[in-house]
Ligand binder design. Structure first.
Ligand code: 5AD
Ligand code: SF4
Length: 435
């Protein structure tokens, strides 16, 4: 196989994967390769997700679909969490995979490409102690809203979840490394940064928590907005809650997964919080920032979940007053403690509960959007809308807002929210008053 000159990175799953995908692209570009569409690429990197069974299965059909009409295929790199979980076994499932590289080893992608081109074994799923970030090229290009990975891995071991196994133990990137990358992203066009981590609110240590990092970022000229995701309820430090009151650039949005409204199920999930402690935590966050938009994650049909347990997930949607939430039917993952628990729920029941939960969440989201009508806020323009002259931006509460006018990507404009739908709002620009 000859050395590839063009590449295409396709990412699945979470925002951390989107970030990793961008960095792999930058690395290949720094090696002299050119980004092209998937059908034209000499090298296709599939940056995969292992969180649910369906996501994993999809990878293998994606790989099959990479075969071209003349029977040829690009060099294929399996990256991300499926690569980490399956390692060598992935290559015995299909010989169409040339490279296997885990999420902690992708700084070696260039070397692995060279090895694969020379017909050598190209697999790295190690989790080296040295940071891969130090070996990656500096950031040079950014849209107005950029992801910045500050924390990786998870020590929580929720009983359904593969993340502690695929992403490894919690690590925090050093303060200065994060600040350097933030400055580079701002210099290359970012006005909003979303700090990423599987457990991002565990960033730092006792002396220096996430709120210290946020306070330092707040001082960077050119940066207008700070967000962070995903947080664990047990790591919401007082300082972080206070930052929602004190730091203007910190957006009023908190993604705080709860997973279930039933204490019995939360215990079986090893979530180490209760329904009540979660609700009290939200009260404290709302006391600091009354307008905060709260989102969450839910799983339906966890082993042992009864109709009564599920009813408590439905009621917590209303009690917590979510502005949005993600919900998933339980997927049994090999190697996790939940996989061998008794009383697995019939998948059809899990799915039926999921649909009911999603209806409750959609109603909440619509109500939250309707309650926003009449408010004024800034929106960050991220892309063009479908209609002529229409643009799409994000409100501080992470709602999509349509606005008509003469704008550009990256503009921060003042609007009045004038109408609300289930998934988006309409804004009208507030024109500066003549002096
Ligand atoms: N089955 C279904 N959903 C899961 N999640 C994590 N593991 C599983 C699983 N085995 C969900 C959780 C988590 C989100 C990223 O994915 O809700 O917060
Ligand atoms: Fe998975 Fe739980 Fe860690 Fe989230 S906190 S990544 S659900 S183990």
């Amino acid at each position: 196989m000859s050395a590839p000159k063009t590449y295409h990175v396709k990412s699945f799953g979470c925002q951390m994967n989107v970030y990793d995908g961008e960095r792999m692209g930058e690395l290949l570009a720094a090696d002299g390769m050119t980004a092209v569409g998937q059908d034209d690429a000499d090298l296709v990197v599939l940056n995969t997700c292992h969180i649910r069974d369906r996501a994993t299965h999809r990878v293998y059909s994606e790989i099959g679909a990479l075969r071209r009409e003349d029977g040829s295929k690009p060099m294929v790199a399996l990256a991300g969490c499926v690569a980490q979980a399956e390692g060598e076994a992935a290559r015995s499932r299909t010989k169409d995979i040339d490279i296997v590289v885990g999420p902690q080893a992708y700084h070696r992608l260039g070397e692995l490409v060279t090895q694969a081109a020379a017909g050598r074994r190209a697999i790295d799923t190690s989790m080296p102690a040295a940071s891969k970030f130090d070996a990656l090229p500096a950031r040079r290009k950014s849209g107005p809203s950029a992801f910045l990975s500050v924390q990786e891995g998870c020590d929580k071991f929720c009983t359904y979840c593969v993340v502690p196994y695929t992403r490894g133990a919690e690590i925090s990137r050093p303060f200065e490394a994060v600040m350097d990358e933030a400055r580079a992203l701002i210099d290359s066009g970012a006005v909003e940064l979303t700090l990423l981590g599987q457990n991002v609110n565990a960033w730092g240590d006792e002396a220096q928590g996430l709120h210290h990092l946020i306070a330092a970022l707040d001082k960077l000229p050119g940066l207008a907005r700070i967000r962070y995701t995903t947080s664990h309820p047990n790591d919401m430090a007082e300082g972080l809650i206070a930052a929602h009151r004190d730091v203007e650039k910190l957006m009023p949005y908190l993604h705080l997964p709860v997973q279930s409204g039933s204490d019995r199920i939360l215990k079986a999930m090893n979530r180490s919080h209760s329904r009540d402690s979660y609700l009290r935590l939200i009260d404290r966050v709302r006391a600091a920032r009354p307008d905060i938009a709260l989102s969450g994650d839910f799983i339906t049909g966890f082993p042992g979940e009864t109709e009564d347990d599920f009813a408590q997930s439905l009621t917590i949607v209303d009690e917590a007053c979510y502005s949005a939430a993600f919900s998933f039917a339980y997927s049994s993952r090999p190697g996790t403690p939940a996989a061998t628990m008794p009383d697995h729920v019939d998948p059809a029941t899990g799915l039926e509960r999921l649909h009911r939960l999603q209806a409750a969440i959609a109603a909440r989201q619509h109500a939250f959007n309707r309650a926003s009508v009449g408010k004024t806020c800034q929106i960050l323009i991220e892309r063009r809308g479908k209609l002529p002259g229409q643009w799409l931006g994000k409100s501080p509460w992470l709602q999509s807002v349509h606005v008509i006018g003469d704008h550009a990507i990256g503009d921060l404009i003042d609007v009045t929210l004038v109408a609300a739908g289930p998934n988006s709002l309409t804004g009208e620009r507030i024109l500066a008053k003549a002096a």
